[in-house]
Design a protein around this ligand. Structure first.
Ligand code: KG4
Ligand code: ZN
Length: 339
């Protein structure tokens, strides 16, 4: 079976074709980063317009790359939420229209379920149950995963998401939007220990996160210590260490509380090398295993949507005729997929 995946929830147009026998046959991505950089963040209206320009040409390119025709597809999966409403509507409308024209089922996919299942596209896949740490620009979630669609949220950010905190602090350090990866590069030049940032909400029980204070801490440190290159790198290092330590402490707590031994990390921030190192070391210490997608499947992409869509299609969970999107949508409300 083959499913076309369409991702347009934010500032990336991602298109892919997943085949349940042969894996990903095509993977196309267009990033709008340059378009939004001048504004220091995503401008929703510009994002929608750019998705309109790019989605159909990328679908054409994906079909060519996979050497397949529309009739070879068994379904069209699209991100129905959460995300920017206009951007979601572009992908949903195109997906539903093609599904109608090609007489194929359309499958709405939850963006964070896409991220959560992205490690399943790798050779070494985690078995259920496991703990998933989802760290993206819009969400920070710790989830107990007992199967596809069997999600219990154990903790989440009460303010900024981890990626959002990276981006805001990067901006304070004079880096272009989205600055997560650039901040992490700058941190490599930083002197460990020159500055020590707090590890928010780790001194009390619970699995929720709060990252907005770290951005304020960074702003105050920049103000009081100046902005020479070494100081900026030292601040980047201190900020990144605080975020990673905090995430690691909460992952450890979730694993110990649930007695689970497998950890999945996904979402844009999971591309962070230092986070991967630290969580790999943690899992080694705990005698468990860590799983993550390859870097191009960490950030937004069509492959994860095609994969999640395939699982829902096989379970008969397809959309009715109405085109609707869910800008806010809890993972916990998804129906289970039972084997
Ligand atoms: O999952 P994603 O592509 O989009 C959302 O669903 O939000 O995540 C994007 C986020 C941005 O905040 C970006 O700065 C962050 O992931 N990010 C990183 C790295 N690469 C991307 N943050 C820290 N280190 C990285 N290497
Ligand atoms: Zn995402």
């Amino acid at each position: 079976m083959r499913v076309l995946g369409i991702e347009t929830s934010c500032d990336e147009t991602g298109i892919a074709i997943f085949d349940d026998q042969n894996g990903i046959l095509a993977h196309q991505l267009y990033s709008q980063i340059k378009l939004h950089a001048d504004y220091g963040g995503v401008v929703p209206e510009l994002a929608s317009r750019d998705h309109i320009r790019k989605t159909l040409p990328l679908i054409d390119a994906a079909l060519k790359q996979a050497g397949c025709q529309p009739e070879d597809l068994d379904g069209i999966a699209y991100t129905a939420g959460p995300g920017l409403v206009g951007a979601l509507l572009v992908g949903s409308t195109i997906a539903r229209s093609l599904a109608m024209a090609w007489n194929k089922p359309a499958i709405p996919v939850h963006h964070m379920e896409g991220h959560l299942l992205a490690p399943m596209l790798e050779e070494h896949v985690p078995e259920f149950p496991f703990i998933a740490l989802l760290v993206s620009g819009g969400h920070t979630l710790l989830v107990r995963v007992d199967g596809i669609g069997q999600y219990q949220i154990l903790g989440e950010s009460i303010d900024d998401a981890a990626g959002e905190a990276f981006d805001k602090t990067a901006k304070l350090l004079g880096l272009d939007y989205p600055g997560g990866a650039a901040l992490s590069k700058l941190a490599e030049q930083g002197t460990p220990g020159r500055f020590v940032f707090p590890r928010p909400m780790t001194d009390r029980p619970g699995l929720d996160f709060s990252f907005s204070g770290l951005k304020t801490f960074a702003a105050n440190t920049i103000r009081s210590q100046g902005e020479d290159d070494q100081t900026r790198a030292d601040i980047a290092h201190a900020f990144q260490s605080a975020v990673i330590d905090t995430l690691a402490i909460k992952c450890k707590r979730a694993l110990q509380e649930t007695h689970l031994k497998r950890l999945v990390i996904a979402g844009g921030v999971s591309a962070n090398k230092e986070l991967r190192h630290q969580l790999a070391a943690l899992m080694q210490k705990l005698g468990g295993e860590v799983f993550y997608p390859r870097p191009e499947y960490c950030t937004d992409n069509g492959a994860m949507i095609a994969y999640a869509g395939m699982q829902r299609l096989k379970a008969g969970q397809i959309a009715d005729l109405e085109i609707s999107v869910k800008p806010r949508w809890s993972l916990e409300t998804l129906p289970p997929v039972t084997a």
